[in-house]
Design a protein around this ligand. Structure first.
Ligand code: C5P
Length: 237
């Protein structure tokens, strides 16, 4: 895996025009782009194909959380859009994750397309200990994250989205084959924005992340492609 295979750039924008323009500026230096709720809700599912047409692969970050039947069917629809990766909430439970993984495999095989990787979000990194207690979880954040990550693995998911502070322990407990995607990554030369628990690209990769997600330090830079190249260089360890 080269640094090119490890960087995902978040396209947090609200129009197709802006997102495609950014994808065009990045496509020679970045392999993976992330479409989140803002862009998907603004533009609709067609935005996935539009971004894929630039030659980049798409991580569809929609964080599904509903009853097993609903999420499994939505996931089958998502598979037909051919993202290389998408995600659900682990708090939806074992059955929801298992049925989702099965539905995606069945749909991909029916369509003769690659199986997208399915990731679980464990505990949102925006939740601190107080917020976790408020929703009634009787575990601290670290135990909750590990428990949910293990459940995701048991359900057949490919990996998790995790904050830099959780990467090391997940890698240690769940092994080398379990994917870890880490947002909240900031190179030393960038501002933190609203991210709190941050790590540099080098540390995130050293701690065991397979992919890092970076948004604003690249997309708000004067030269996004150059910023992406600098981050990839920083990842070389
Ligand atoms: O601009 P920035 O680098 O902060 O963007 C990070 C991206 O990763 C955003 O799209 C954000 O929604 C996403 N993300 C995050 N923390 C999580 C999960 C996703 O920052 N726990």
């Amino acid at each position: 895996m080269t640094p090119l295979d490890k960087l995902i750039v978040a396209l947090d924008m609200n129009t197709e025009e802006k997102a495609v323009a950014m994808a065009e500026r990045l496509k020679n230096d970045v392999k993976f782009l992330k479409i989140g709720l803002e862009l998907f809700s603004s533009c609709g599912p067609g935005i996935v194909e539009r971004i894929r047409e630039t030659g980049c692969d798409v991580f569809l970050d929609l964080k599904f959380h509903d009853i097993p039947n609903t999420v499994a069917k939505a996931a089958a629809s998502v598979a037909s859009l051919e993202p290389f990766m998408f995600n659900v909430h682990a708090l939806g439970g074992y059955e929801m994750m298992k049925r989702t993984a099965d539905a995606v495999t069945a749909e991909a095989s029916r369509l003769g397309i690659a199986n997208p990787k399915v990731l679980a979000v464990t505990i949102l990194t925006s939740m601190d200990e107080k917020a976790i207690k408020e929703v009634g979880l009787g575990l601290g954040s670290k135990d909750a994250v590990l428990k949910l990550a293990a459940l995701a693995k048991k359900a057949g998911l490919d990996g998790v989205v995790a904050s830099p502070s959780e990467t090391k322990v997940i890698r240690k407990e769940l092994g080398e084959d379990f994917l870890i995607v880490t947002p909240g990554v900031r190179p030393e030369w960038a501002t933190a924005n609203d991210q709190k628990r941050i790590a540099t690209p080098k540390i995130a990769i050293k701690d065991g992340a397979n992919y890092i997600v970076v948004g604003r330090p690249i997309t708000e830079s004067k030269d996004p492609a150059e910023a992406a190249r600098r981050i990839q260089k920083e990842m070389e360890i």
